[in-house]
Structures are given as structure tokens and as C-alpha cells.
Design a protein around this ligand. Structure first.
Ligand code: NDP
Ligand code: ZN
Length: 351
């Protein structure tokens, strides 16, 4: 079969591989729609998780089942399915402890385009199919279903990690597709004020659509200074970090109220240390909580988030700005994700 791969750090290309084998609890799918991710950019061009040799990329998409193992109960060949980016081993101790994304080791629930070949292929493998596939509702087009693999669950996880409550002032740093879904989730959770940080007008417009009330351009000066000015020196109750770099945590801590909480979902591709400002962290005593997390995966979560789309509570149409038809365009779409043209939020390829 054919796949589009990370050949080595800094290099991608089309490769040929054997079709993956289906174990007794597994499924093999072929793609219906695929999307490249900023995480692929960190992985390939920043070498963020180390060297990978001819690993097929892609962890966002939906597909059609072509084969299932003997013990798979709920899926059969021909079913159209949604597929989470994170496909945990549900019987692992980490999953039983409530951290399925770390099943088998830190970040090891993230298999596609990390430890095994991803979805940018004629065929791909899904472990624990009953726990990691979900039936694709007729009401959700494949291109939108591909946003349910990672963009929606990750943005929403940022809001879970920041523990947004009714009436909170929430700061969302970064309003690419992940941050936009954090804005949408904060609005659904009952945030009062949602301050969105970004520079591209198309993202600012989309953030407004998803419920942001105030806007900051990080290029106009330190984010923390702008937030403190907007909030009479008090800062935000909750902060979701969905963009920036290793220096962004420093800004977030400065912009956070004592007792507040930061949920980081940004994948830090470069830099060695994340530093805290001592005084603004209350000299270690400020009750400023910080959590960083990989998005949870699995069937239940993708089904629940799909319910929000099916019922019209979450409109995904604003995320997708570029549409390609045909598997061969995946390379172009990935390069677009790398180069980030100013009019792009997310490209999708339908097969
Ligand atoms: P984008 O690159 O599309 O968006 C990044 C956002 O951050 C943009 O709004 C950008 O502004 C803004 N930004 C850039 N530099 C700074 C800065 N110095 N300070 C503040 N804001 C800045 O990324 P995605 O939305 O696709 O993904 C966001 C992050 O989430 C990525 O790191 C990705 O790898 C990660 N991720 C994490 C997952 C998880 O499970 N935790 C899963 C999926 C993705 P502008 O472009 O307007 O200038
Ligand atoms: Zn992704």
C-alpha cells in the first residue's frame, strides 16, 4: 500500500509498505477524510519526539472499516467510522487509573504517527476497535468528522484541564483550530468573558463566532500586560494555552489570578525548560494551578462530542478553510499546515 510518511526528521515523502495486519481485537480501515495537524509539523520539522524512520503520518480522519478481528463486536466491514487521534489500550492500568492517553507509558495512548503508522495511507490499523472506533452519524459529513479526531477533543480538553466554571473570565492563548475549539468549549461551559489571543484576522473572526468577547494580539506586547490592563489588574480566572512556545507559560502565570488554573494543551516542540516567574507565582505560594495534558481518546468521548455536532450545539464549518479532493493532495495539505498561510485555519482532504 501507499502512504505519506516522515522519512526522517525534516523530511517527508511517499512510501510503499505492507498493509497492516488485523489482530483479534483490531480493525483495518481505509480513509474517507484526512487532516494534517500542527503536531505533525512539530514531529517532523522540529523532531519534537525524536527520530522516526519511514513512519506514515496522520492521526486525524474518518474511514470505512475493511476488516475486523474475530473478537470485535460492534463493527463490521463497510461501516463508516469516526476515529480518535488517541487510541488507548483500554485494559491497561493507566486507563483504569483515569489516564487512557498514557496507557502503556507517558503519551503512549497516542499511537498513530507516534509509535505506529498513521492514517495517511491506503489502509491503517486500529487497536482495541470496540473501544476506539465510533459509528459515523449520517448527519456529520466526513470532513467535519475528521475534526472530531483531535481538534474538538483537544480544545475541549484544554477547558477541562483549566476547569472552567460559570461566570469565569477565561483567557485562551492561541486561536488556531485547537484554541478555537477551546473558545467554543469555554462558552458551552458558561464562561462570562473569553479573551482570545492570536494575530491572524481569519482566526479572530472565527473566535468571535465561537464566543470570544475580547481580543489580544500577542504581537502588540506582552500578553500578561494586556490581560491585566483589560481586567483592572486582576487577571483571568482560567487560562487555556493552545499556542505559543516555552515562554508562554511565564506569560500565563503572570496573567492568572491566585487560585486560578492553567490548562496547557500546546505541544512544545522546542526548548529545554519551561520557566515560572517567581514573584508572580506567589513566590511558590500563589495557588496558581498548572496542568498540561494530551487529549483523551476513545469511543465514548468522540461519540459525546459528535452529539454536540449532530444536535447543532457545535458548528464545525468555521474550522475548515481549505478543501482538497483526492489522497494525493495530503502532501500539499500538510505543507500548508507547516507554512500557515494567513487565510488558513484547517485544510481537509476527502478521499
Ligand atoms: P496553530 O499553529 O494553527 O495555532 C497556534 C495559535 O497560537 C495561533 O493562533 C497563533 O497566532 C498563536 N501563537 C503563535 N505564536 C504565539 C505566541 N508567541 N504567543 C501567543 N500565541 C501565539 O496550531 P493548532 O491550533 O493546530 O494547534 C495548537 C497546538 O496544540 C499545537 O502545538 C499542536 O501541536 C497542539 N496539539 C496538542 C494536542 C494535545 O493533545 N495536547 C493535540 C493536537 C494538537 P497567529 O497564527 O494568529 O499569529
Ligand atoms: Zn492532531
Amino acid at each position: 500500500m501507499k502512504g505519506f510518511a516522515m522519512v526522517k526528521i525534516g523530511e517527508t515523502g511517499w512510501i510503499e509498505k505492507e498493509r497492516p495486519e488485523c489482530g483479534p481485537y483490531d480493525a483495518i480501515c481505509k480513509p474517507l477524510a484526512l487532516a494534517p495537524c500542527t503536531s505533525d509539523v512539530h514531529t517532523v520539522w522540529e523532531g519534537a519526539i525524536g527520530e522516526r524512520d519511514n513512519m506514515i503520518l496522520g492521526h486525524e480522519g474518518c474511514g470505512e472499516v475493511v476488516e475486523v478481528g474475530a473478537y470485535v463486536k460492534d463493527f463490521k466491514p463497510g461501516d463508516r467510522v469516526m476515529i480518535p487521534a488517541i487510541t488507548p489500550d483500554w485494559s491497561s492500568l493507566e486507563a483504569q487509573a483515569g489516564f487512557p492517553m498514557h496507557s502503556g507509558g507517558m503519551l503512549a495512548g497516542w499511537k498513530f504517527s507516534n509509535f505506529k503508522d498513521g492514517m495517511f495511507a491506503d489502509f491503517f490499523h486500529i487497536n482495541d476497535a470496540d473501544g476506539n472506533l465510533a459509528h459515523l452519524p449520517d448527519s456529520i459529513p466526513p470532513e467535519e468528522a475528521s475534526m472530531l479526531s483531535d481538534m474538538v477533543p483537544t480544545g475541549f480538553h484544554g477547558v477541562e484541564l483549566a476547569d472552567v466554571q460559570f461566570g469565569d473570565d477565561v483567557l485562551v492563548i492561541g486561536i488556531g483550530p485547537v484554541g478555537l475549539m477551546a473558545v467554543a468549549a469555554a462558552a458551552l461551559r458558561g464562561a462570562a468573558r473569553i479573551i482570545a489571543v492570536g494575530s491572524r484576522p481569519i482566526c479572530v473572526e472565527a473566535a468571535k463566532f465561537y464566543g470570544a468577547t475580547d481580543f489580544i494580539n500577542y504581537k502588540d506586547g506582552p500578553i500578561s500586560k494586556q490581560v491585566l490592563e483589560m481586567t483592572n489588574g486582576k487577571g483571568a480566572d482560567r487560562i487555556v494555552i493552545a499556542g505559543g512556545n516555552v515562554g508562554t507559560m511565564d506569560e500565563a502565570i503572570r496573567a492568572l489570578k491566585p487560585g486560578g488554573q492553567i490548562g496547557n494543551i500546546n505541544y512544545l516542540g522546542q526548548g529545554d525548560n519551561v520557566c515560572f516567574p517567581r514573584i508572580e507565582w506567589g513566590a511558590g505560594m500563589g495557588h496558581k494551578h498548572i496542568v498540561g495534558g494530551l487529549t483523551p481518546g476513545g469511543r465514548l468521548r468522540i461519540e459525546k462530542l459528535a452529539n454536540l455536532v449532530s444536535t447543532g450545539r457545535l458548528d464545525l464549518s468555521k474550522l475548515i478553510t481549505h478543501r482538497f479532493q483526492g489522497f494525493e493532495h495530503i502532501e500539499e495539505a500538510l505543507m500548508m499546515m507547516k507554512d500557515k498561510p494567513r487565510d488558513m485555519i484547517k485544510p481537509v482532504v476527502t478521499i
